[in-house]
Design a protein around this ligand. Sequence first.
Ligand code: PMP
Length: 444
Amino acid sequence: MSDLQSFLVQQREIFTANHDVSRTWARNASAWRGGVPMHWMRDWAAPFPIYVQSAKAATLTDVDGHAYDDFCLGDTPSMFGHARPELAAAIAKQASEGVGFMLPTPLANEVGDLLRARFGMAQWQVATTASDANRAVIRWARAITKRDKILIFDGCYHGMVDDCFLALYEGRPANKKGLIGQVVDQTRTTKVIPFNDLPALSQALAEGDVAAVLAEPVMTNCGMIQPIEGFNERLRDLCTQHGTLLILDETHTLSSGSSGYTGAHDLKPDMFVVGKAIAGGIPAAVWGVTSEIAARMDQAQAKIGPGQSGIGTTLSGNALVMAAIKTMLTEVMTEEGYKHMLRGAAYLVAGLRDVIKRYDLPWSVVHVGARAELIFAPQPPKNAEAMRRHLDHDLLEVFHLYLINKGVLIAPFHNMMLISPQTGFDAIDRLVTAVASFSQELNA
Ligand code: PMP
């Protein structure tokens, strides 16, 4: 058995010994496929799921009575803290006044104005998840440009969106293996190129058949990959030059500042998507478009006549969601909250870099605002292929489980750590200390 394997066995034993109650619940979950209501809940490093008792601010308590410093925050829906009292009150009030009408409430107008003021897009729609929102904008982009292709970057994730479930395998695009049940070869309508590759981008767009580029301004789902200097600006220019729409998905990069990475870096997307945290974890996403795109959507719609669109979901934009988004925009996602998040992230990044230096580790740290990523590579890779070369599943698993055993949660799949407005500097110290002791044990 390798050192890493025996380290993992030891960590599993520690976890199992300390989670009797969770283990009992897990044993009694056979009604759920895979033992969980949503299969990602199995993707943590723990041998069985941690059952949550409750969560408040940036602390999560499990049914065995352990308190965890939560840097995962549900992988972003709870980026602004768990159980915010403002949000709980607004949701409770709306729940007592009714939730689903398939009609707007006066609150809806307020929310629309708030979104417009904050993110700058002229017109908005609400979806139930960021996946839904991305599917909607892709469809509209194709409708108004009359082009069938979209372009994505290798290593991206934009949700449960089949059009985006492709990757480069030895340089060739193909449906991702996880796209179970999809019989259509997505390469017919989706181009995939490496992130940060301007010549490839220029060439792909020059063919004149791409309706839209769908991108995160910083890639956050393949470790974290920062754009090279000027990449987002050049992306904008190339899209304009070739009549391609630019869709920015800010579902994760909302961690950059109060109006997202777009606001912080003065980017100019045609379409803008943000989900997850926008309603504080109540299922909702919003997408906005410029007035020019709105006009083109009107033209496309005019051709099919009123009431013929047929595509939507009844739960989207309901009154509960509106109450949640309004509270997030006015009381939770404040400049003051962001100031704390960014200060905390800077403190965390400095702490992690100090550990890397102290233990001479071949690792690096990148962050986009309040979202930090520890990467098991000495230099942060610039595209997904380079990132994959440094993927070490065994190291990842034992690292995550070690942190769990120390009372720290970071996002599964990779090493994402999110700072909420309610994350204390003492919690950050505990995380950094746990990373340091892990490094020490690893080197021992
Ligand atoms: N866009 C991005 C950038 C994401 O990271 C995700 C989820 N991780 C989504 C969209 C999809 O969000 P949801 O799961 O809420 O549909």
